[in-house]
Design a binder for this molecule. Structure first.
Ligand SMILES: [Mn+2]
Length: 345
């Protein structure tokens, strides 16, 4: 392994993306800005608006504080009902999704300008439109890691369901601008992501039009087949090398809980068999935390009404919390605060 060194912790670290980074330190003090986005109109199933509070209930804030993070919870955004939501072809709730994302974009921008690593709790995955837009508005060009069973890159004209949670990347990508029509309540949105700055992990349910787009734009994809073939450690190493190959931009992690296998995270709207294990799902977060480049995280599609049991909802929510804690330095080997001292007898 070229360009590697042995750290004092006995881990082989790739110089390429870790060396020189000021945050690569086990006692870094991170501040976290949590924005709840209880929005569900990017898809049809009720319940996903309960995701933010269910993730908090599963111990997110306490867990972050135990890691030594400063936590600012901005609370949940409120979204207005849209009175004139007439159908636009097959597209559903376009005005509501556009308005909600405009509000979320502003909230994420504030969280970034306040100096936090932003955490957006969804809500459905259409919220990545506003989250990534607001993040980019605050910090400039981004790298995006999209962890999901689905590619979420249908255009308004290729979508077969009309659900906007399957389309957010087409609204954000410069390369697809000519394929996305002007839509009501979306005039505020300007594409802000380049296709070459996106990496997918976990794909296993991709529509034909989406597959065409991924190939057309030459996007970097680690489907579940590649996870099987390479293992999650190599997938993450190659992902970060790819994202950092031109410039070390801030990383936006957009994490759909349905990337993880429904045996672990069943309480979600569009589960797909054959997903990431709990360990692979958490490893992604741990690896990104170690880059020191993680700047915002979306955790979306936790739906407390899709259990079917309380235990299933708890497993889903606590896995979401473990992914988020992994993003902020929680290690499975254990952690302790820098000022920890053994008690004297
Ligand atoms: Mn998704």
């Amino acid at each position: 392994m070229s360009g590697a060194r042995r750290s004092v912790w006995g881990l082989a670290l790739s110089l390429h993306h870790l060396h020189h980074h000021p945050h690569h330190h086990p006692h870094r003090h991170l501040s976290v800005g949590i924005v709840g986005a209880p929005f569900s109109k990017g898809q049809a199933r009720p319940g996903v608006e309960g995701g933010p509070d269910r993730i908090r209930t599963a111990g997110l804030l306490e867990g972050l504080q135990q890691l030594g993070c400063e936590v600012k919870d901005y609370g949940n955004l409120t979204f207005e009902d849209v009175a004139d939501e007439t159908a636009l072809g097959r597209l559903k709730s376009v005005r509501a999704v556009g308005g909600a994302n405009q509000r979320l974009s502003a909230a994420v921008k504030v969280a970034k300008q306040d100096g936090h690593t932003a955490v957006v709790l969804g809500g459905d995955h259409s919220l990545a439109i506003g989250s990534i837009h607001g993040h980019s508005a605050a910090v400039g060009p981004l790298s995006v890691m999209w962890v999901d069973a689905h590619a979420d890159v249908n255009t308004p004209l290729t979508s077969e369901t009309g659900n906007l949670h399957g389309q957010p990347l087409s609204y954000l990508l410069h390369e697809l601008q000519s394929k996305v029509p002007a839509l009501p309540n979306f005039s505020w949105l300007k594409p802000c992501v380049s296709a070459r700055d996106v990496v997918y992990v976990g794909l296993r349910d991709v529509d034909p039009a989406e597959h065409y787009i991924l190939k057309l734009l030459g996007m970097k994809v680690f489907s579940m087949s590649q996870v099987d073939q390479l293992g999650i450690a190599r997938v993450m190493e190659e992902s970060c090398d790819y994202l950092c190959s031109r410039a070390k931009k801030p990383i936006h992690l957009s994490y759909d809980i349905d990337a993880i296998d429904p045996s672990v995270t069943p309480a979600t709207g569009t589960p797909v068999v054959g997903g990431l294990t709990y360990r692979e799902g958490v490893y992604i977060a741990e690896h990104l935390s170690q880059t020191g480049l993680l700047s915002a995280v979306d955790l979306v599609e936790v739906n407390p009404l899709r259990g079917p049991t309380d235990g299933a909802v708890q497993s889903t929510a606590s896995t979401a919390v473990h992914v988020l804690l992994g993003c902020f330095g929680r290690l499975r080997e254990g952690n302790h605060l820098p000022d920890y001292r053994l008690p004297d007898p």
